[in-house]
Write a protein that binds this ligand. Structure first.
Ligand code: ADP
Ligand code: MG
Length: 766
């Protein structure tokens, strides 16, 4: 059944070829106990390894079951080893981290036997070799004789046709040797046993045939066998180790090296921790910013100003603005900032007003129209009605601007109070009630105090500002129209007390909150929209306004003709005949609404001529887009660092897997001798890398969550923002997979290296 034909094998030692076998012819019977005798170095082990399919001959043929093995592929040898051959070595070659039972069951895992059957079969074989009470011990807890029995049990568990034993008693005392030899002899009744020994007495006593080897040649055969090999139809079982088996084997191995596995995993987890922290903090930062945006910035109005300077090129109407192409880095171009190219006039005509009024009321808190209409305000100073200056000229030179001391408040009180602290009195609720806004630093400019005729001490109590009253003199009271002529009344008690006038009393004082992003109210007196509505309506309906409407040539107030500075249109607005606003402030409900409103304007602008477009200014946007681009830059940089640490830790895991391969070389040899394929070996190390990667990932994520608690506490104490970071479970599980994936990749090279190990060389290593 087994025949060797002119087998030759030599080893390459540097430049020279050392012949180990010089043409061996041997036939073996199906059941016999053959001893191979010979001095050390004569080629006994080499011969045995060739018979067992562990090593391959240079020339000649090995005939198994009448079939030449010359065309055997790796897979065929693996199957042959696993199914037909059992190996017993002088040095037992047990896997140290597996129990006695698992060592024996190992051979069965390779032939794809179910776990239950594996354990039953392994237990049974161990019973046969007399070790039924040692099943769960580790090899190093056994005596030499016991270890060799385990090795024999392992060799027998697949019920092989051939048992190969390489000096099985070489390391044992005489008494133990005898019992082992008894065992092996009893096995030879069922199968072919080929035993290598250098002990002639043992060979004489136990074996049925003695072959003597010297310098790689057979010099004597006590019981030669000649037969004409007939092909026997016989198929070996397929060898396969499932990935689950590889996993559980690797897991058992790692369990025996807890400390190292932990350190490796920790090293591997550092990269994951880095990425997790960056992810958690940047997403925390993003949600923090968007919260600020929607809570604070979104509350800032969208402005529709009459004159818009288009800083953002993309806002400019395409047909109007054609930028000069600059072809290189040394060229610039001159633009006229007063030309239409860079500025735009929002025209509030009927169509525009209809558009503005049609904005969904669900999106806005309030809408404020700012008008240029002249306010005629008076107040009592020392029992005398006195005119109040409603505007202040602030700033100097060309930067000077008119600042109105009276302005309309947004509809929504809670919006104002989200940014302003009420420092005295109450928020106005009636249309004749007003709110005083003081400077952020609790000061008031002397000019303001003078203009508004405030009787306050210095320093002043906020409550001193309360109860000051102002009277808005009605147009029909101030301007008397008779026969097409206007006579402006002098301010006296009669005019002041006319019941058509509207009075206003300060009932509350506010100041900007310390942590508010920026302000949106001037210093001065804020009135409710209902108050303004009433005042504007009386102005529009007044006789003087009607008179001006009919006279396009001269101002009815001054009697002067209109020119390019004092236009008819401006006069209509000043007098209140034309209520077209100077600017419109739209206060969106939230960030989302703001976006929707802007989109509505974009849509509107697409449908009208360039000069009819309504260009919206969003101060908050510039701020938030700067912040978000800053955040993404920071995130990118941090991610790069984290990615580097991830790569470094993957490489480290690769190196540690490589060390593990080196350490387990012997085990690889044993596995191969049991019929493991190269693939199975690779699988074991891949599984190990995968386990470490998974563990590193889980460890990294757990540590990250732990660290984030600390980071959050720190941020809360510094910024006052609770639970800042956010590491979603989805990101966490993604990172764990990433860790597993990367370590798997890092382990690929070492595991391929393991797979390529020559089993014979592997078995020789100590
Ligand atoms: P034995 O088992 O009879 O002691 P071996 O079969 O182990 O002998 O070795 C036979 C000869 O082949 C020896 O000279 C040994 O040095 C040589 N040899 C065995 N294996 C190798 C190897 N892997 N590389 C180089 N030489 C080897
Ligand atoms: Mg040897």
């Amino acid at each position: 059944m087994l025949a060797l034909k002119n087998i030759k094998k030599s080893y390459q030692l540097g430049d020279i070829k050392v012949p180990a076998l010089k043409g061996i012819h041997l036939n073996f019977r199906e059941h016999e106990f053959v001893s191979i005798l010979g001095p050390s170095g004569c080629g006994k082990t080499t011969l045995l390894n060739l018979i067992g399919g562990l090593d391959h001959m240079d020339s000649g043929d090995l005939i198994i079951d009448g079939v030449s093995t010359q065309h055997y592929k790796d897979a065929d040898w693996d199957k042959y080893r696993n199914d037909a051959v059992g190996f017993v070595f002088q040095s037992y070659n047990l896997i140290a981290h597996l129990s006695v039972l698992d060592n024996v069951a190992m051979a069965l895992t390779l032939s794809g036997v179910s776990k239950k059957e594996r354990l039953t079969k392994a237990t049974q074989v161990l019973k046969e070799v007399g070790l039924e009470d040692q099943l769960h011990k580790k090899p190093n807890q056994l005596s030499g004789g016991q270890m060799q029995r385990v090795a024999i049990a392992r060799a027998l568990v697949n019920d092989p046709k051939i048992l190969l034993a390489d000096e099985p008693t070489g390391a044992l005392d005489t008494q133990t040797s005898t019992s082992i030899m008894d065992l092996i002899q009893s096995l030879s009744s069922q199968r072919l046993v080929i035993m290598v020994t250098h002990n002639p007495e043992l060979a004489q006593t136990y074996s049925s045939r003695i072959i003597q080897l010297k310098d790689g040649e057979v010099i004597n055969d006590s019981h030669p066998y000649t037969f004409d090999p007939q092909p026997v139809s016989r198929k070996f079982k397929n060898v396969s180790m499932s990935f689950m088996t590889a996993l559980s084997s690797s897991f058992k191995n790692l369990k025996t090296k807890k400390g190292r596995t932990l350190i490796t995993s920790f090293a591997g987890s550092i990269g994951i921790i880095g990425i997790a922290l960056v992810l958690a903090l940047s997403s925390g930062m993003e949600s923090y910013v968007s919260r600020i945006e929607s809570e604070t910035l979104a509350g800032f109005p969208l402005q529709l100003n009459q004159n818009v300077v288009l800083n953002d090129l993309s806002q400019r109407p395409a047909e109007v603005f054609q930028p000069t192409e600059t072809s290189n880095a040394t060229q610039g171009s001159v633009v006229d900032s007063n030309s239409e190219n860079v500025s735009h006039v929002n025209v509030f005509d009927e169509q525009a007003m209809a558009m503005i009024q049609s904005i969904d009321s669900q999106w806005i808190n309030s809408m404020t129209f700012q008008r240029n209409i002249q306010l005629n305000v008076a107040t009592m100073v020392n029992s005398t009605p006195t005119v109040v200056n409603t505007t202040l000229r602030s700033g100097m030179g060309p930067l000077a601007s008119n600042q109105s001391l009276f302005f309309e408040l947004p509809h929504d009180a809670s919006f104002v109070l989200s940014l302003y602290d009420l420092v005295a009195g109450e928020y106005p609720t009636q249309s004749n009630e007003a709110l005083f806004v003081i400077e952020d630093d609790s000061t008031l400019d002397q000019e303001v105090v003078n203009a508004l005729h405030l009787s306050i001490s210095n320093p002043f109590e906020f409550s001193q500002l309360l109860n000051h009253s102002y009277t808005f003199v009605a147009h029909d009271v101030l301007y008397e129209v008779r026969d097409g002529l206007v006579s402006t009344q002098t301010l006296n008690e009669t005019v002041f007390n006319d019941e058509r006038n509207q009075s206003l009393t300060i009932v509350g004082v506010v100041r900007l909150k310390e942590d508010a992003g920026s302000s949106f109210l001037n210093v001065g007196i804020g009135t409710l929209p209902s108050f303004n509505e009433a005042y504007f309506t009386q102005a529009q309906n007044s006789a003087v306004a009607q008179l001006q409407l009919d006279n396009e040539e001269t101002s009815v107030l001054s009697g002067l003709p209109f020119n390019s500075f004092n236009t008819y249109e401006a006069a209509l607005k000043t007098i209140g005949a034309d209520l077209t606003p100077q600017s419109v402030l739209i206060y969106p409900k939230d960030f989302n609404s703001k976006t929707l409103i802007k989109e509505a304007f974009t849509t509107y602008n697409e449908g009208v001529k360039d000069e009819q477009q309504l260009i919206v200014t969003d101060i908050a946007q510039t701020l938030s887009s700067t912040i978000s681009s800053l955040i993404s830059t920071i995130t990118l940089i941090l991610s790069a660092f984290a990615a580097i640490s991830l790569v470094v830790s993957s490489i480290m895991i690769g190196i540690i897997t490589y060390v593990s391969v080196i350490e387990r070389t012997k085990e690889i040899g044993i596995m191969r001798s049991l019929g493991a394929r190269k693939k199975d070996i690779a699988r074991i190390f891949n599984a190990e890398a995968l386990i470490i990667g998974l563990f590193a990932g889980i460890l990294g994520i757990s540590l990250s969550y732990g660290l984030l608690i600390g980071v959050d506490a720190l941020i809360e104490s510094l910024l006052g923002v609770a639970s800042f970071s956010s590491l979603s479970l989805m990101n966490a599980s993604m990172l764990i997979s990433l860790s597993a994936g990367l370590t798997l990749i890092a382990g690929l090279f070492p595991s391929q290296l393991a797979a390529k190990q020559d089993p014979v060389v592997a078995l020789r290593t100590e």
